[in-house]
Design a protein around this ligand. Structure first.
Ligand code: SAH
Length: 384
């Protein structure tokens, strides 16, 4: 099969640069684009990125790219790709997704059907199977995606399976959970480091606290889940087993972290505790039931992260206004603490009572949100 792959890590809008940084930290060169980061690598790069990237959605192989203004061009383009290097005889290969944007070809079901025909024909030819007899598809699954943008088709194979935000630790969630990779990305964007205290006063199912503990303990986010590529016959299972046991060995079990989550809703606090236990970070995170209005601390130089109710999903407009006002009052005495607050409310700063030092546009699912960033005042040490 292939030695080197053209790869992309897909990322939510606004988080591409974070994913790019993570890929570089794994020692891989990359280019950051809208919604994706491109890189090249071998099968171990596929393993390492799936296992270690905290902010990405999925890792996909780019099989090829070509102009496709007509169905004939699409068929010939797909047929010309080197499918024999990816799909063994018996492979299951649904065209799981087709997307057409600003292109002559726009009928997505037809794009799927034509692409499927082209791959089938190529494999029949390569494996010397008679045409007209369907290929058996009883082996491992290779999900193929075709996206046509401005008349250029790109054909991809998904290596991840379910999206990488699914770490496998979240047994239950509240009404408006944050995706795990979004929570991790915000922490990576923030000025929090594992030696600083972290508080999430609206913790819900505990996502920020759990992701922070996983960063602090150096737990690979994909350690407890499986990936589509693991089923592929040409992937060395021993190498993957090795990568997983290396990741286990790299966990800082003894690190001391100061991470606390609280929520108004006692039921959610219980869920957060369960999730933390499932993620292997129970000892590193403290959860309790508390109103954010009751938050006090004498600690300094910490970081508050919060994904409060927005009004859209959990509270009515007046309650949200009151909550944001209370937040402003409660956080105001914590002058050395930085605060990172994620909300879709465009009037947040007015309600909270102060202008953010920095704002960053993000998407929580399909909802446009902003990350309001307030940086803590540096405390100067007294020199003797
Ligand atoms: N990030 C969380 C979801 C947060 S949703 C996750 O990933 O699960 C907002 C949370 O704020 C809800 O759990 C809600 O119970 C909590 N909340 C609302 N008002 C609050 C208050 N006054 N004090 C503390 N928590 C509050």
């Amino acid at each position: 099969m292939k030695e080197t792959f053209n790869l992309i890590a897909t990322a939510a809008a606004g988080l591409e640069a974070v994913v790019g940084r993570e890929i570089r930290d794994l020692g891989l060169d990359c280019q950051v684009e809208n919604g994706r980061v491109r890189f090249k690598g071998d099968i171990s790069a596929i393993m390492m990125t799936n296992l270690w990237l905290r902010a990405a959605d999925r890792i996909k192989i780019v099989v090829g790219s070509f102009p496709a203004k007509t169905f004939e061009e699409l068929f010939q383009g797909v047929f010309a790709l080197d499918w024999e290097n990816y799909l063994p005889l018996g492979a299951k290969f649904p065209i799981s997704k087709a997307k057409c944007v600003k292109s002559k070809l726009h009928n997505e079901p037809s794009v799927q059907a034509i692409s499927k025909k082209a791959v089938v024909k190529k494999l029949q030819k390569h494996y010397a199977r008679p045409e007209g007899v369907p290929l058996m598809e009883n082996g491992a699954e290779y999900k193929i995606e075709v996206s046509i943008l401005k008349d250029t088709a790109t054909v991809l194979i998904d290596t991840s399976g379910s999206s990488l935000f699914k770490r496998g630790y979240r047994t239950e969630k509240g009404g408006a959970p944050l995706k795990e990779n979004m929570a991790a990305a915000i922490l990576l964007l923030s000025n929090w480091y594992p030696d600083k205290p972290l508080i999430d006063p609206t913790c819900g199912s505990g996502t920020f606290c759990i992701e922070a503990a996983m960063i602090g303990m150096n737990i690979a986010p994909g350690l407890h889940r499986s990936f589509a590529f693991e089923e592929w016959s040409w992937v060395d299972k021993e190498a993957l087993r090795q990568a997983r046991s290396d990741a286990l060995r790299q966990i800082h079990q003894e690190i001391e972290l100061d991470i606390a989550g609280s929520d108004l809703d006692a039921r959610l606090v219980e869920i957060a505790e369960k999730n933390a236990a499932a993620a292997g970070v129970a000892k590193q995170v403290r959860f309790k039931q508390m109103r954010l209005q009751d938050l006090h601390t004498d600690k300094i130089n910490g970081v508050i992260v919060s994904n409060p109710p927005y009004g859209e999903r959990l509270l009515d407009a007046d309650a949200v206004t009151k909550l944001y006002q209370d937040m402003g009052k409660t956080f105001a005495p914590l002058k050395t603490w930085s605060k990172f607050i994620l909300t879709s409310d465009e009037a947040f700063e007015t309600k909270y009572g102060s202008q953010a030092d920095k704002k960053r546009k993000l998407y929580n699912g399909t909802l446009k949100v902003d990350l309001y960033q307030y940086f803590g005042q540096r405390v100067k040490r007294q020199l003797d």
